[in-house]
Design a protein around this ligand. Sequence first.
Ligand code: ATP
Length: 320
Amino acid sequence: MSQAVESRGVTVRVPGKINLELVVGPLREDGFHELATVFHTVGIYDHVTATPAATWSVQVSGQTAEGVPTGADNLALKAAKSLARRYGVEEAAALSIDKNIPVAGGMAGGSADAAAALVACEALWELQVSRDELEPLAARLGSDVPFLLHGGTAIGSGRGERLAPVLARGELHWVLWVSTGSGLSTPEVYAECDRLREAAGEPVPDPAPSGELIAALRTMDTSAVGAALRNDLQEAACSLYPVLEDVLEAGTSLGAQGAIVSGSGPTVAFLVGTQAQAIDLSVGLAARGPAGDIRRATGPVAGAQVVQSVAPAGPPTFTG
Ligand code: ATP
């Protein structure tokens, strides 16, 4: 391989997501639950760089790298290989992930890296495949992967892979409580949700997003968005991770306008009206809440984006 070819590389920045609403419907025959969810990207990012290589590999560094697999199980590597298979690319790639999204935190970090790897390798191999065309491949990799190709705020149905954008003007300010201990396994949280529902003995209706949240997002009325936040997995996440009740209580008593466990948890998202309030809440939570990492972020933000592309013949091109 020539020196010029080896210097090719593409870096993609990808955010994590929270679910503003997660309505969990009945268990389907394929083992998944029918969902109605409102995804929302927040500005906490991983960076995935793809470079040409003789063999496939992935390495992970960064603030939240611990525990992320570096073998064939890594979702970014799976995504890159499946793209190569689908489009007949014979070249391999070395992936490098700079990880900042909490792992097993309910923010879809693995799915985000998979979406980023698809976008990075598509650009590296100059496949001319659009985001929409990448969607079926993304959906096979994981229910949240299609959303992270696009980002923003969107309704997800089916397993979450069927998307419709939500018209949302302006931005929302979030304070995130991130567990410094172990994460939660998504299948275990769903199983706990099923167990609690069976014990309650109530029928589970087909899921639908609420009109209140969609209306509140149109005007970005923070208190209305805060009141409409809903997560059907929250009770199950709290049952498996009881400190979450204290976290929710601490943020609410410190003035958050909304509080919700993100996806299957254990990350908790608090909504406030301004950046100044976000600073106040994060200081208060760090001082008085249960131990955890406190992060601030705004949303919505764009999904996976190329931020640096190094071509064989020239200097790096920076975008975004
Ligand atoms: P979700 O909200 O999509 O259910 P999550 O945010 O709770 O997921 P992830 O951070 O996506 O959880 O990680 C789930 C598991 O996926 C991890 O425990 C890890 O073993 C595995 N995994 C594979 N590839 C990655 C990756 N690139 N980044 C993070 N986790 C990965």
